[in-house]
Design a protein around this ligand. Structure first.
Ligand code: FE
Length: 184
């Protein structure tokens, strides 16, 4: 089987230059900026890799469909998390699975958060279910990895700056290989 890093490299090589849904950066720029922000905030290795791969579901969907246009897929969180669970473990997969729910959670509990969202992100919010009700908030706070997902979400929202210089994908190779071995 092809190694995990080789698969990541291939997916970004084939689809990473595609636009990140309605934003001024590509999928790869967005992924690298999200990981870099996590790194700068001294996140754990697992969370840095979750940040790097949080939208890999979008790329997997394009890969599976052979589609060469950006799709808005309501379930890219699950597709990406399932892939991460196969290649790594729960500490990478859980924050990926919850990063969309984290947006719904933050718009519900943080009155200032909504104003920070881009136009595209506001648009997808309604497709993703909008604000949470009280029982959804309580249920979210019981999930494994919910706090990591909130941290990831805040990096995700800031990782849309055209031309920001960041380390290349290859900088993450050693960590990806180690986590793929460890399966934590
Ligand atoms: Fe994202």
């Amino acid at each position: 089987m092809t190694g995990t890093y080789a698969q990541v490299e291939r997916l970004f090589a084939d689809f990473g230059m595609h636009a990140y849904l309605g934003e001024a950066v590509t999928q790869q720029e967005h992924a690298l900026q999200t990981a870099d922000l996590a790194q700068r905030d001294s996140a754990t290795d697992a969370l840095v890799i979750a940040a790097l791969l949080h939208d890999i579901g979008h790329i997997l969907v394009e890969d599976a469909h052979g589609a060469h246009h950006a799709r808005i897929d309501a379930h890219h969180d699950d597709a990406g998390a399932d892939w991460c669970a196969t290649h790594f473990g729960a500490s990478v997969a859980n924050p990926v699975r919850l990063h969309v729910a984290a947006k719904r959670y933050l718009v519900t509990i943080d009155p200032d958060y909504f104003a920070t969202l881009s136009e595209a992100s506001v648009h997808t919010l309604s497709l993703q279910g909008g604000r949470m009700d009280q029982s959804e908030v309580a249920a979210f706070e019981r999930l494994d990895g919910w706090q990591e997902a909130i941290a990831l979400r805040r990096w995700d929202d800031r990782a849309k700056v055209p031309g920001r210089p960041v380390p290349p994908l290859s900088a993450y190779r050693p960590v990806i290989e180690r986590l793929a071995q460890a399966r934590v």
